[in-house]
Design a protein around this ligand. Structure first.
Ligand SMILES: *Cc1c(COP(=O)(O)O)cnc(C)c1O
Length: 406
């Protein structure tokens, strides 16, 4: 891998980071994806677009989010200073609104009246329903039947916001089935419909576009840590589902080669295929990911020896997905970023630490990053700092925790 390529981490014009990414879609979607790419490219160079987006991020979503020095967690770790990037304080409770606002502005530029989206835990569905209400757009959310059952509160929130929630009964009745249905809808209705994808996944230009909308996290964090400590942090740590909150934090630091970039996948409750969602868990005796195509992009995918997409497990619905965003696959293979995993029980322990030591109840997704952060802080000195992306708040998970404690 050439160094300049690592540092820029820009995909080529077809959306490839090395061998990853691209656009593996039915022919009927090629033209709409090209149209979207052109509009995004224009918007990306348009100061008015960014001015409007930044104003919404500030006045509607609540940016900039604070970078909080977690003193008790730091003392508990006994090493580097731990800072939390507080995306949990945003409107709707997670980083997802950053991307939803950016793409809703694009939908409006493209004069699409109808927006569709997929959702697993419901967080992206809620963010999408929210921005559609804000812009007066019709909103249809696809959600697997199993997730509708597990996340009833978010389904209710989406409906309150005026969205139509369509329950998907195909396959394992979870996120990947919801994505398939959303793509099917898009194929049929492209003339008036915008597909608002929720993570750094899917066919080009989505992984690039979502990264650009989420990079506001890293840009703010870089400025904030420099002003708090006078130097760059030793490491950045973020949980990785599709990879949007992690790439949003990492991206503005990619050229800073001394800053470690650490993504945390869901280790679930075992090493075998079906028991986790750790796509980079390769080369072990059993179930790891290998390179393949899922939902329009080439990346690491959890699949069985016959190439069938494997089921996954995580205590957090937001990390429970068989594929990872292509830019992460690229950063993994060229060694710029490191990927580790936390098990369900480690996530629960991290959840409790954050609540008890800092008074912050994190989303279970986010909670996967807490114990690794403590470990990495412990390996570093007190003059170093590390940043953890506090991707979302945990209100949505409180019932699940209560059930576990019963
Ligand atoms: C959706 C979600 C995630 C996982 O998605 P990414 O695209 O990997 O960021 C992580 N944390 C929270 C709070 C989420 O809602």
């Amino acid at each position: 891998m050439q160094k300049s390529q690592i540092i820029r981490s820009e995909p080529d014009e077809h959306g490839h980071w090395g061998r990853f990414g691209g656009r593996y879609v039915p022919e009927i979607l090629v033209a709409p994806l090209e149209e979207l790419t052109e509009e995004f490219t224009r918007a990306r160079q348009d100061n008015n677009f960014w001015r409007e987006l930044n104003q919404l991020l500030r006045d509607y979503a609540g940016r900039p989010t604070p970078l909080f020095h977690a003193r008790r967690l730091t003392a508990h770790a006994g090493g580097a200073q731990i800072y939390l990037k507080r995306e949990d304080l945003l409107h709707t409770g997670a980083h997802k609104i950053n991307n939803a606002l950016g793409q809703a502005l694009l939908a409006r530029r493209m004069r699409k009246q109808r927006v569709i989206a997929e959702t697993g835990a419901g967080q992206h569905g809620v963010a999408t329903a929210t921005v559609c209400a804000l812009f007066g757009l019709r909103c249809v959310i696809y959600m697997g039947a199993e997730d509708v059952r597990r996340q009833a509160l978010n389904v209710f929130r989406m409906r309150l916001l005026g969205a139509e929630v369509i329950t998907v009964n195909a396959g394992t009745r979870t996120l990947k089935d919801a994505i398939n249905e959303a793509l099917r809808d898009w194929v049929t209705n492209v003339h008036d419909t915008y597909y608002l994808l929720g993570s750094a996944l899917g066919p080009h230009p989505y992984p690039l576009m979502v990264r650009e909308f989420q990079s506001v996290i890293g840009r703010e964090a870089r400025e904030q840590i420099l002003s708090a400590t006078g130097k760059l942090p030793r490491a950045l740590i973020a949980c990785v589902g599709g990879g949007s909150n992690a790439i949003g934090l990492f991206h503005p630091f990619i050229a800073d080669e001394r800053v470690r970039l650490i993504g945390v996948e869901a280790g679930g409750h075992g090493d075998s295929l079906g028991e986790h969602a750790a796509r980079f868990h390769t080369g072990e005796r059993s179930g790891g990911g290998c390179i393949g195509v899922l939902q329009g992009t080439m990346s690491y995918v959890l699949q069985d020896p016959n190439g069938q997409i494997a089921t996954t497990h995580s205590i957090s619905a937001g990390l429970d997905y068989s594929a990872i965003g292509p830019e992460h696959a690229f950063l993994h293979d060229n060694g710029r970023a490191e990927y580790i995993s936390s098990s369900d029980s480690e996530a629960l322990e991290g959840f409790e630490l954050s609540a008890r030591l800092e008074g912050i109840i994190p989303a279970l997704e986010t909670a996967h990053a807490i114990l690794p952060a403590v470990r990495i802080a412990r390996e570093s000195t007190r003059d170093d700092a590390i940043i953890v992306n506090l991707s979302g708040r945990g209100d949505k998970d409180v019932q699940l925790i209560a059930d576990l404690q019963r």
